[in-house]
Design a protein around this ligand. Structure first.
Ligand code: NAD
Ligand code: DAU
Length: 351
């Protein structure tokens, strides 16, 4: 039996992972620590509430005292660290929160793990990172491997790169049993509708413009979120301490292809008088916009036997269905109304 601390478990990937882990490992204890920023929504984990093996703690990963208390109280032996500021555009307009959470927050967790886990070799700290730390590829370049140089271009990716370096240093210097995963773009249920795929789905249904940055030719490598969860599970269970594992879907698409795929799917599922393509609007590009990301997942495939299970077309259709069926969730997270839910549910509860 393991005792997990999942940071950022009320966010998109952390929430999917929490749900996945509790399904696959019902014997484990799971503690979710989340600050419930604009991106964290406890409603996404509502169905787990009655499960006694689960505990939610509303708190900040930068609060070292709280983190240490949790480690000791819960006898934590696995950390899966998702908590972050994750949106590139927000990092351009307001980088402070990214430096604080992504760098100082990771540092705080590492310091607590170092202090509490002294001499223990039955523990693991998995740091969830991104392919954006490797910078941008040209069309003809080979995909990123674990030895690609770090060349972050946005405040977001620079803050994630800094956190990756700290994680590495804690292995080399202190022997802390860390693992790092660098993953490509995720899509699927519960993604905050500021990211391309949910934003386009909801704008299309609401008759709003579908904003495509620049010429729409930038390329991302898409992975269904549950495949990211199985990748993290494989690394947490069988990865080698101190190693880095790239995780990716091998599904490279230009942004305009993504938007057109979504429009075609929506035209079929929710036909309107005009094709949703009519709503596509090319807009000013993102400053420092990375041209292409692509992941070489050869290491995790060869060493840990991981492979993505979901093909892109099925995954996109499932995702559209999820957003169609969860319009309430979308309205509440966009309006901030979900915070009332937290107040009602948790204001009487202590940490
Ligand atoms: P998200 O923005 O949906 O969720 C982030 C969660 O972290 C939220 O619940 C938020 O409340 C919480 N959080 C933020 N600051 C906190 C703090 N100081 N203390 C405690 N909790 C805090 O993010 P996501 O898309 O689920 O990404 C999760 C992780 O995966 C991030 O580390 C991100 O860098 C990484 N990642 C994301 C993608 C992607 O495509 N979304 C791809 C690769 C890696
Ligand atoms: O590669 C992994 C990264 O993927 C993660 O580390 C980040 O946390 C995650 O947000 C994501 O970053 P991107 O910047 O690639 O994702 P986003 O959904 O913001 O944008 C995807 C692409 O679509 C990107 O090239 C910018 C473009 N875009 C985005 C938005 C929101 C548009 O053209 N229009 C838009 O409105």
């Amino acid at each position: 039996m393991s005792r997990l601390l999942i940071t950022g478990g009320a966010g998109f990937i952390g929430g999917n992972f929490t749900r996945y882990w509790m399904r696959q490992h019902p014997e484990d204890r799971v503690v979710v620590l989340d600050a419930l920023t604009y991106a964290g929504n406890l409603e996404s984990l509502q169905d787990l509430e009655s499960d006694p093996s689960w505990r939610f703690v509303h708190g900040d990963i930068c609060d070292r005292e709280l983190v240490e208390k949790l480690f000791r109280e819960e006898n934590i032996d696995r950390v899966v660290h998702f908590a972050a500021e994750s949106h590139v555009d927000r990092s351009i307009t307001g980088p402070d929160a990214f430096i604080r959470t992504n760098i100082e927050g990771t540092f705080s967790l590492l310091e607590v793990a170092r202090a509490v886990w002294q001499e223990r070799d039955d523990v693991r700290f998995l740091h969830v990172s991104t392919d954006e730390v490797y910078g941008s590829l040209d069309t003809q370049d080979a995909a990123f491997t674990e030895t690609s140089p770090y060349r972050p271009n946005s405040p977001y990716s620079a803050s994630k790169a800094a956190s990756d370096h700290l994680v590495r240093a804690y292995f080399e210097t202190y022997g802390l049993p860390v693992l790092t995963t660098n993953c490509s773009n995720n899509y699927g249920p519960y993604q905050f509708p500021e990211k391309l795929i949910p934003l386009v789905i909801l704008n299309a249904l609401e008759g709003k413009p579908l904003p495509v940055y620049g010429d729409g030719k930038n390329i991302r490598d898409w992975l269904f979120v549950e495949d990211h969860c199985t990748g993290i599970e494989a690394v947490l269970q069988n990865g080698k301490a101190g190693e880095v594992y790239n995780i990716g879907g091998g599904t490279e698409r230009t942004n305009i292809e993504i938007v057109e795929t979504l429009c075609s799917c929506l035209d079929r599922l929710v036909p309107a008088s005009l094709s949703y393509r009519e709503q596509i609007q090319f807009v000013t590009d993102r400053p420092g916009h990375d041209f292409r990301y692509a992941i070489d997942a050869g290491r995790i495939e060869a060493r840990l036997g991981w492979k993505p299970a979901m093909d892109f077309e099925t995954g996109i259709e499932q995702t559209i269905h999820w957003y169609l069926d969860h319009r309430d969730w979308c309205d509440r997270i966009r309006s901030g109304a979900y915070r009332d839910y937290y107040e009602q549910q948790y204001s009487q509860r202590t940490r």
